[in-house]
Design a protein around this ligand. Structure first.
Ligand code: CAA
Length: 396
């Protein structure tokens, strides 16, 4: 019999700071309902200069890994579109910070918000041939569109870490999946630009059309339909797009009761995303975490449909089956973490937004005395740059 491979552990890290979306609306002279109701967003995580995809990714992983895990990890894959280096993979820094055994492969995968989903497939294929190995998959991103741009209300930052193994404790990644690629320019970030260029309305249309066509193909290929699933999770650039996605899947002649069950679950899947914002590669997995930790009616054996979308565009529809006892391996007090963040005023947000690493002539920049570091609740921070080398510090 084929071995079962999937998510054994899942962790999440975010920065200490957030902006209330209503404060952003006020600062930009927009009606707050445009963001609160129109996008269904409430808060956005904001990163200080002392956090990046490495510190967030390592912090998310540190929460879930024990010494035994670190001995068994043979590969670390980071999916990101907020890379800190054009050459060196962030996974190499993370491998070192976590003290993972040396005979491992560490790489970064890029295709906009889709990267972490590709990483999962790569991890699964590796474990099929190396049954006792574990793979650490990290989705880590900082979404920044720029001050006073249409995308500003859909920013966010955070990192999801997943330990992938055989006989996983949380969810099995099943074999059925359909991908689709379309060469479109809906959202991209040229090397010379700090911020993405985005054709916002076009991007949302593509996201939804890719979902419809990919899910149709999935149903045909595997002879399945909605009734095979108990819930769906979507990539969530902003929660309202997820609502449009679930509504587009629900069939017109479907019983109201069945529809409501899907919608109820959908609303538990956006609890975290509403407060974090878009975290690009991690956003689909944050929605999964939100569903698993906040929905009471899920049980072992339930099948969850997963829609991953990365602009450019590559998407995938695949599915998970919940493992026996999955609830025992999740947190049930995570909302406290959200409540413990520090709220920024619009001015503080703008100051953090514009702060950059400014190097002296020798390529040095030191943050070690900054309050930003002392305030962080995460395990790792960026402490300084020395001779153009980023130096991270374990603080917890
Ligand atoms: N009360 C209630 N609702 C209101 C309102 C009010 N006072 N004012 C406006 N709204 C509603 C609008 O009707 C609209 O909802 P519907 O789409 O359901 O009609 C919603 O608020 C947003 O309004 P607009 O469309 O006018 O907003 P906008 O054009 O200024 O910006 C956006 C919206 C294009 C999504 C913009 O936020 C953006 O560019 N975001 C970044 C791109 C993005 O997230 N794309 C998603 C797909 S691409 C992807 O998935 C990859 C990725 O992660 C980036």
């Amino acid at each position: 019999e084929k071995i079962k491979i999937g998510i054994d552990k899942i962790g999440f890290a975010m920065p200490k700071y957030f902006l209330d979306i209503r404060d952003l609306a006020l600062g930009r002279n927009e009606n707050e309902n445009k963001f609160v109701k129109g996008l269904m967003q409430s808060e956005m995580s904001i990163t200080p200069v002392t956090e990046d995809i490495v510190s967030l990714g390592a912090s998310a992983a540190e929460q879930i890994l024990d010494e035994e895990d670190k001995k068994n990890i043979e590969m670390v894959i980071v999916g990101t579109e907020s890379g800190i280096d054009q050459s060196k993979a962030s996974a190499v820094f993370i491998h070192h910070l976590l003290d993972i055994q040396p005979f491992a492969r560490c790489i970064e995968i890029k295709e906009a918000c889709y990267g972490a989903t590709a990483a999962l497939t790569f991890a699964k294929n590796y474990i099929e041939k190396n049954e006792n190995a574990s793979v650490l998959v990290i989705a880590s991103d900082i979404a920044k569109y720029g001050i006073d741009t249409p995308g500003e209300s859909t920013q966010g930052a955070g990192s999801i870490a997943m330990l992938i193994k055989k006989d996983p404790k949380i969810a099995v990644i099943n074999d059925e999946n359909v991908c689709q690629t379309r060469d479109i320019m809906d959202f991209w970030r040229p090397n010379y630009s700090d911020f993405p260029i985005v054709d916002g309305h076009f991007s949302t249309k593509q996201y939804l059309d890719c979902l419809a066509t990919t899910f149709d193909e999935y149903k045909k290929r595997y002879n399945q339909d909605l009734s095979d699933f108990v819930a769906f999770c979507f990539h969530l650039p902003f929660p309202k797009l997820g609502l449009k996605a679930i509504n587009s899947l629900l069939e017109k002649n479907m019983e109201k009761e069945v529809k409501n069950k899907f919608l109820e679950k959908f609303h538990t899947s956006i609890i975290y995303g509403k407060r974090v914002g878009n975290i690009y590669t991690g956003s689909l997995y944050l929605s999964l975490l939100s569903l698993l930790e906040n929905c009471d009616s899920l049980k072992a054996g339930d099948k969850i449909g997963m829609y991953s979308y990365g602009s450019g565009a590559v998407c995938e529809f695949f599915n998970l089956t919940l493992a026996e006892g999955f609830k025992n391996h999740l947190r049930h007090d995570r909302l406290n973490d959200f409540d413990n963040r520090r709220q920024l005023s619009i001015n503080e947000y703008e100051n953090l937004f514009f702060e950059k690493i400014i190097l002296d002539n020798e390529g040095n920049c030191d943050f070690s005395n900054r309050k930003l570091i002392q305030e962080s609740d995460n395990a790792f921070v960026l402490e300084k740059v020395e001779n153009h080398k980023r130096i991270y510090k374990k603080i917890k």
